[in-house]
Design a binder for this molecule. Structure first.
Ligand code: ZN
Length: 169
């Protein structure tokens, strides 16, 4: 028995979700952020599984609403959005394209997880974040927290511009 009304393929649904952007970083969509984990066609309809980014990130509720609105707008019925906590979201799930767009947007993208872990473990003294505007390494951490908890605030001594760094987790 097949009770699924939806005639869309998972590929089409992935492309619909690429139209949903992160409210805090409007240049990034939730697919390239690595938030959407799976799309399955199950007997009760489409099941979209998402993993929240930073825990307690207030944007997640907004993102979930956006997914509902987008799927309704596209006529995907019936569907469910489930939150999957089986793995913890990491910045390594962001695509290279997403990191490139972040930089273009003026936010220094997160590095690879291992590299920044070295700094935390004290294997290296400083974490050098290149300036997203001029690529200079003459940058300085000003605050661990920028406009949101997931970003830190830096200053570039070469182009004298402040910028944010999307922290690696
Ligand atoms: Zn600079």
């Amino acid at each position: 028995m097949n009770t699924t009304e939806t005639t869309y393929t998972p590929e089409q649904i992935w492309s619909f979700l690429e139209e949903v952007t992160d409210p805090e970083i409007p240049v990034l969509n939730i697919v390239e952020m690595g938030i959407v984990r799976r799309i399955d066609l199950e007997k009760d309809g489409v099941v979209v599984r998402i993993t929240p980014t930073y825990s307690g990130c207030p944007a997640m509720h907004a993102i979930e609403m956006e997914i509902h609105n987008k799927l309704r707008e596209k006529g995907v019925e019936p569907f469910q959005v489930k939150t999957d906590y089986s793995e913890t979201w990491t910045t390594d799930w962001m695509t290279e394209e997403a990191k490139r767009k972040l930089k273009e947007y003026g936010i220094a993208p997160p590095g690879k997880k291992g590299e920044e872990d070295d700094v935390l473990k004290g294997l290296r003294k400083t974490k050098i974040i290149p300036c997203p505007y001029c690529d200079s390494l003459e940058t300085e951490l000003q605050s661990e927290f920028g406009s949101t908890a997931c970003k830190s605030q830096y200053y570039c001594h070469s182009c004298e511009e402040p910028f944010e760094h999307f922290k690696c987790i």
